[in-house]
Design a protein around this ligand. Structure first.
Ligand code: GLA
Length: 389
């Protein structure tokens, strides 16, 4: 039985009727372009074949009943102004429902069953997937006629306003707009996007999960955003046209900003400007199937994230160091917000199992934790598995 069928079956046994709609919403990876989205820059994410399934039906009253099968937990509430929940996961559902309320859409109560195979806390955006699935599902069930762009923005706003993480738009965009076999080159300022076919030839994408979940992440994330804003404010005094770090270039950072701000702010801004450039070159390399050049950009991205942006951690740094020693790995770097989660590695297929074994053994010897390894394929974005549409 597929994951979708299992979740639908769970729904039927809990609510004594089949779900009106079943939605698949994938997690995401990001090939390059980290912490650039909220600086109006570029990112290169993709939806993956690890996903959350949501089975959802309208209720006749205005009550809410959600069940998270993987956690063995449920949430019961009532539509209206919704509050944060100590269980955390309901916030990603309620945060989206709040967005519909704020936009004055009239919706009714809901029964929802949630489950899936995106490892939580691994930096694969299970929360963004859940937000996208709920936004998509509610739009369908109540026939609200919103397009995917609007749904992505509502999913992001749920995270910003309800959960309180000032994340950019990358995760929700990737989960909603993913395309099988493709990465998405997204301009986070205009939201123009292009699908880049990802033909890795003899290579595969391997994620190595440190299983570290630093509680620092959300707080430090917001701090990084502020630091970037400080850099922009300083630059604007000399270059009024700079609205975000997207508009800054290397010369502005080296010759102007450096003298205006503390070293930390300079480092943060330098990283962002360089990462946008790396992404452009890396993307061109991918289009030529030049995996070697792309891999070098990945390593450089990691270096910047670790030393200048300071969002890595010893476990992630060590996994990238181990990758450098493997001749069959073209490139590796930490992925996502940082302070834990996964590294993304581009590995020659023939040696992937040996590589996993060597890296796992070394990592375990150093940190006493067995890292997890995930192979993944690029998949379509959020879609209805059955039911409406
Ligand atoms: C998290 C955020 C994204 C993005 C990445 C870093 O995943 O949700 O918006 O900023 O971190 O690239």
């Amino acid at each position: 039985m597929s994951q979708h069928e299992i979740i639908a079956k769970n729904f039927s046994s809990i609510f004594k009727a089949a779900p009106q709609l079943v939605v698949a919403c994938p997690g995401r990876i990001n090939l390059i372009g980290e912490h650039t989205d909220y600086n109006n820059g570029f990112v290169l994410p993709a939806a993956i074949d690890k996903m959350i399934t949501i089975a959802i039906s309208r209720r006749k009253d205005n009550l809410l009943h959600f069940v998270a099968v993987d956690f063995g937990q449920q949430f019961k509430g009532k539509l209206g102004k919704l509050d944060r929940s100590p269980q955390l996961w309901p916030d990603y559902v309620n945060g989206v429902l709040e967005q519909f309320r704020k936009k004055n859409f009239v919706i009714g109560g809901l029964n929802i069953v949630i489950g899936g195979d995106i490892p939580a806390g691994a930096g694969l955006s299970s929360s963004a997937a859940l937000e996208c699935g709920i936004a998509f599902g509610v739009n369908e069930l109540f026939e609200l006629g919103l397009d995917k762009f609007e749904l992505v923005k509502m999913a992001q706003a749920a995270e910003n306003e309800f959960v309180g993480v000032r994340c950019g738009i990358m995760d929700q965009f990737a989960s909603m707009f993913g395309k099988e076999g493709h990465a998405i080159l997204l301009d986070c300022r205009s939201l123009k996007y292009e699908y880049v076919p990802l033909d890795l030839h003899q290579h595969e994408i391997l994620l190595m999960d440190t299983r570290i979940k630093h509680s620092l992440a959300a707080g430090e994330y917001n701090v990084r955003r502020k630091q970037c804003e400080q850099g922009v404010n300083a630059l604007q005094k000399v270059y009024p046209q700079v609205e975000s770090l997207r508009d800054a270039n290397r010369a502005m950072i080296e010759y102007t900003l450096k003298d205006l701000v503390p070293e930390t702010i300079y480092n943060r801004c330098k990283y962002v400007v360089e990462e946008n450039l790396r992404l452009q070159v890396g993307c061109e390399a991918l289009r030529r199937n030049d995996i070697v050049t792309f891999g070098k950009k990945m390593y450089a991205s990691h270096m910047g994230l670790s030393k200048l942006y300071e969002v890595s951690c010893p476990e992630l740094d060590y996994l990238v160091d181990l990758a450098r020693e493997e001749y069959s790995i073209a490139g590796a770097r930490m992925m996502g917000g940082g302070f834990g989660g996964c590294t993304i590695n581009i590995v020659k297929k023939f040696s992937i199992n040996e590589v996993i074994e060597r890296m796992s053994t070394a990592f375990k010897a150093r940190f006493g934790i067995e890292p997890l390894a995930y192979k993944c394929n690029l998949s379509n974005g959020t879609y209805a598995v059955s039911g409406k549409k």
